[in-house]
Design a protein around this ligand. Structure first.
Ligand SMILES: Cc1ncc(COP(=O)(O)O)c(C=O)c1O
Length: 486
């Protein structure tokens, strides 16, 4: 029987080549196996969803600069394991992987450690807040439940937080969304059209790149210097803004994902002035701002919007500070801009769930601040524990300890991030290779390691990564004789 093609998109040869990064692991003799393993990694990682049509062999051979024979051999392997299916005349597509020998493709459950996401579990103490919120919800049951701007008491608390951080804000400048990512997509929809340029940091948050591309806009990268004192190359941003005339900028200046860098107050003044001069609207993504390990978040530098003025559209989130499962974020903008965003939202959705908003309003009240302070303490210890485990197991990897956020951005001893990700999957650790954070791939010397998980999991993950790195480099893994972290 001919295999059925599930519905799905198509990926071009050049795009797949970017995604695959430096996929060769074992030298030219293992080319087909390495290519098949790299494609499998992206299927398992969700980067190549079920049904995705793969490029024709000729197109992929051209994009990767290798022979069609090698592509054919890699596809044969993928067909054998059920990851790819093909039909004469219809090409090849991503299929549902078969379980090998009845077992899972990778260790799962307790065996698998996922370091591909930088997402912590819910704030301890959340369960108690749910009980309070359940009682408060009953007060809303007599109303219609559609709040396109969000519940007033929640918007007031979000606005107060901005005011306390040095950016006077009223509830009429805030709209609650279904997460910061949703907020960014709403802004993109309203402000950009096909072919418009969007200035981004390089590296940057991969889902933001995905959103820009699916809006048919073009990301324009400006490199961050992870080792530089300030990280942001303001002169470079100035030049890019003048030359590329982007329609929008997307920046993460507070505990940037993936580097963890933060722009200082003077840099914010200069950056705000550059954007204001060019009249470039900027989405300031503050998803990680509350995860400050050096000071109280209220004592940090003022929000970038204080320097960029009405051109700034700030997006925030409860995902990292409280819980991603609430799926709540927000937009803070000028009243005029916010009004336009509210109107354009009706084409997409009609508001966020009320119960979750009641929960978040409760969490943002005074009672929640103690829980958040505790979370900061805990994550600081996780960050330090991850760094210690890395010093022990991967002594030739380097990083700068980030002042906040959820990840270490590690420089590897050689360009091997994608190969390492493939090998790590075999050792039961999922990681996102550096290429995922670049506009055109690359960044093979870099790896993001989130520290959102408990120390014993992080320690075990690093032990496995060290073994995977050794297999990639052909050197023995260092043997730890002592447990470096509790
Ligand atoms: C910089 C950044 N922006 C946005 C998001 C998505 O946030 P949300 O869960 O609120 O959609 C993340 C999640 O990792 C992130 O790191």
């Amino acid at each position: 029987m001919q295999p059925q093609i599930p519905p799905g998109g198509r990926i071009s040869g050049p795009r797949l080549a970017v995604l695959l990064g430096s996929w060769r692991q074992g030298g030219s003799r293992h080319g087909a196996a390495d290519l098949a393993a790299a494609i499998e990694l992206h299927v398992l990682d969700g980067q190549l969803p079920l049904g995705t049509r793969l490029p024709a062999e000729r197109e992929l051979a051209e994009a990767l600069g290798i022979s069609r024979t090698l592509i054919g051999a890699a596809l044969d392997r993928l067909r054998e394991s059920g990851i790819v299916a093909s039909r004469r005349g219809a090409g090849s597509w991503v299929a549902a992987p078969r379980r090998r020998g009845g077992g899972p493709l990778m260790p799962s459950g307790d065996g698998l450690i996922c370091l591909a996401r930088a997402a912590p579990s819910a704030l301890p103490g959340m369960a108690g807040v749910l009980d309070t919120a359940r009682r408060t919800l009953t007060e809303h049951l007599g109303e219609h439940g559609y709040y396109e701007r969000g519940l007033l008491e929640l918007r007031e608390r979000i606005a107060q937080r901005y005011t306390d951080r040095g950016l006077p804000t009223s509830a009429s400048q805030v709209m609650v969304t279904n997460g910061a990512h949703h907020a960014f997509v709403l802004v993109l929809r309203m402000l950009t059209g096909p072919g418009d340029r969007v200035l981004v940091e390089q590296p940057t948050y991969p889902n933001a790149l995905e959103a820009i591309r699916s809006a048919h806009a073009v990301p324009v990268p400006v490199a961050l210097d992870p080792a530089g004192a300030r990280g942001w190359d303001i002169a470079g941003i100035d030049a890019a803004v003048r030359q590329a005339a982007p329609r929008l900028a997307y920046l993460v200046v507070d505990f940037h994902n993936p580097t963890g860098l933060r722009l200082d107050a003077e840099g914010r003044e200069r950056l705000g002035a550059v954007l204001a001069r060019a009249r470039t609207p900027v989405v300031v993504d503050e998803t990680l701002v509350e995860l400050d390990y050096e000071s109280d978040p209220l004592d940090g530098p003022p929000p970038l919007a204080a320097a960029a003025g009405d051109l700034a559209i700030t997006v925030g989130s409860a995902s990292k500070s409280h819980w991603g499962g609430l799926r709540l974020g927000w937009i803070r903008a000028s009243e005029d801009m916010l009004g336009r965003l509210v109107s354009s939202r009706f084409a997409v959705d009609l508001g966020s769930p009320v119960f979750e908003q009641v929960v978040l309003a409760e969490l943002l009240a005074e009672a929640g601040s103690g829980m958040l302070a505790q979370r900061r303490e805990e994550f600081r210890a996780r960050r330090d524990g991850l760094a210690e485990a890395l010093s022990w197991y991967c002594p030739d990897w380097t990083w700068t300890l980030p002042p906040g956020g959820l990840s270490l951005w590690c420089r590897l001893p050689e360009p091997m991030s994608t190969r390492l990700a493939v090998a790590a999957a075999g050792h039961g650790v999922q990681i996102a290779p550096g290429s995922r954070f670049g506009v055109h791939g690359g960044l093979e010397r870099w790896l993001r390691l989130p520290f959102a998980q408990p120390p014993d999991r992080l320690y075990e993950a690093v032990r496995r990564l060290s073994a995977a790195a050794s297999s990639v480099r052909g050197t023995p893994a260092p043997v730890a004789t002592e447990v470096p972290i509790a």
